[in-house]
Structures are given as structure tokens and as C-alpha cells.
Write a protein that binds this ligand. Structure first.
Ligand SMILES: C[S@@+](CC[C@H](N)C(=O)[O-])C[C@H]1O[C@@H](n2cnc3c(N)ncnc32)[C@H](O)[C@@H]1O
Length: 242
């Protein structure tokens, strides 16, 4: 997962409005009157959101378990004094001996967790990694996006020198993405494949886990419109308070 795809990630996420996603996060932080939070970002990927949030002057520790993704992130973040980046698995971050004001995790990171018990364990770690009153802000893909839009559908795209097919297979709550990339270089196409799997989790399930772990004041919005979630919402942004 996220090996060679990492090289293309930024090209293929052209439709993600990281500025907007960062401003949603800022909105939650400002509402709580948290000034200059110390922030942990889980699954920072190629650092696009990190870059946006770093502009606010926040101190950010960002991690990901894919060195290929981090290799794309490093050049963007290396000169930012308020950002530190490490390679780390999200299931083990509780060993960090620190309490953050805000912990964030955006763009499907939670949907990549296929075992619901592991989400509970992660949420517990996040809870203990936050100071009292701290916020956990994260998103999940919606039911419509995973089960209908992706579902069993195939998509074909062409962006600059990359032609790729995105074949999805739905198996109960799991969606398998079979990606075939054809990258043009010197008049020839190089082909490589990558398979990823995401799991659908309902809002009710996520909310009940957060409550079980001890989070309060749980809110969720449509991440793209910052409006209430409806049946066409594609990404759901959650905020939960310790
Ligand atoms: C869709 S990308 C999102 C990246 C980034 N958050 C963004 O906004 O573009 C999902 C990220 O989760 C990371 N990830 C998946 N499992 C992980 C784990 N166990 N520990 C840390 N990161 C993980 C992947 O490597 C990938 O970079």
C-alpha cells in the first residue's frame, strides 16, 4: 500500500481542496479557543495538509508509516521550523510521551483500518495522547462514496503523463481498489499496479466508539461543504473532545 502510487499521489489528488480542509480544522480549533495548538497528524502522507496547517504557525508532529509517501512530504516540510516528520505506525504512537492539544487524521486514514477492534485501540491511544479538553479531528468516507460511488464501479482517468484505471470490488463492507497505472516517459508507458482496501464504517459506529472511549461533544459535518451531512455527502469530518 502506498508504494509507487506515492510518486503520483499529488498529481492524482488535484481535486482535493486542502485549504478548505485545513480551514474546517481551524474552525473547530477556534471555536474551542485553543491558541497555537501543539498538533499531531496521523497518516500525513505527502504532507499537503501539514503544509496548510503549518502556515498558521502551529507546532506539528506529523507521521506516516509509508516511507514512499514521506519521501514526497520531506522536501515540502524540511524547511519549516514548526514541523517535525517521522515514520511511525499509527498503532504504536501511544509510546510517545506527550500530550497534544489537537490530534488530526484526514483523508481515509481510518477507513484503511480493516479491523474494527483496532480502531477502538487507536481511539484509546489518541484519547490518552490528548490533554484534557484537547480535540481529535478526523474524517471517514461516507456510505454513498464507498458503497455506491466506488462500490463495484470502474473509473478511467488521464492526468498529464499518467493514464490509469481504478477498478473497485465491493465485498460486504470492504472495497478493494485495483489500480493500474500507465506512466508515459520518453514515448513509452510504464505500467505498475497497486491494490488498496478500505472498510466502510457508519457514523453511528464511529460515534459510539468515540463515546465508549470517553470522548464528548462529538460533532460531524460534510467535509466538502462544511454543512450538515446528507445522503450525498462524500466525506464526513468528525470532531471529538477529551
Ligand atoms: C489517503 S492517504 C492520506 C494522506 C494525507 N492524510 C492527506 O491528507 O493527503 C492515507 C495515508 O494513511 C497512511 N497510513 C495507512 N495506514 C497507516 C498506519 N498504520 N500508520 C500510519 N499511517 C498509515 C498511508 O500511508 C497514507 O499516507
Amino acid at each position: 500500500m502506498y508504494s509507487r502510487f506515492s510518486e503520483l499521489y499529488d498529481l492524482l489528488t488535484f481535486d482535493i481542496d486542502y485549504q478548505k480542509y485545513a480551514s474546517n480544522i481551524l474552525g473547530f480549533i477556534e471555536k474551542e479557543n485553543i491558541s497555537k495548538p501543539n498538533m499531531l497528524e496521523i497518516g500525513c502522507g505527502t504532507g499537503n495538509l501539514t503544509q496548510e496547517l503549518a502556515k498558521e504557525g502551529y507546532s506539528i508532529l506529523a507521521f506516516d508509516n509509508s516511507m514512499d509517501m514521506l519521501n514526497v512530504a520531506f522536501p515540502k516540510l524540511i524547511d519549516l521550523e514548526n514541523v517535525n516528520v517521522v515514520m511511525q505506525d499509527m498503532y504504536k504512537f501511544a509510546y510517545l510521551n506527550y500530550e497534544f492539544d489537537v490530534i488530526i487524521s484526514l483523508l481515509d486514514v481510518i477507513n484503511y483500518i480493516l479491523d474494527p477492534d483496532k480502531i477502538e485501540k487507536l481511539f484509546k491511544n489518541i484519547y490518552s495522547g490528548l490533554r484534557e479538553g484537547g480535540l481529535f479531528i478526523f474524517d471517514i468516507n461516507s456510505e454513498d462514496k464507498l458503497l455506491n460511488v466506488l462500490g463495484n464501479n470502474t473509473y478511467i482517468y488521464e492526468r498529464e503523463n499518467v493514464f490509469y484505471t481504478w477498478e473497485n470490488t465491493l465485498d460486504d463492507d470492504l472495497v478493494y481498489f485495483d489500480l493500474n497505472f500507465f506512466v508515459k516517459e520518453d514515448g513509452l508507458y510504464e505500467r505498475f499496479k497497486e491494490t488498496q482496501v478500505e472498510r466502510y464504517y457508519s457514523i453511528e459506529f464511529i460515534k459510539s466508539l468515540l463515546e465508549k472511549v470517553g470522548f464528548v461533544q462529538i460533532e460531524f459535518i460534510d467535509e466538502d461543504t462544511a454543512m450538515p451531512v446528507n445522503e450525498k455527502t462524500q466525506r464526513i469530518l468528525f470532531k471529538a473532545k477529551k
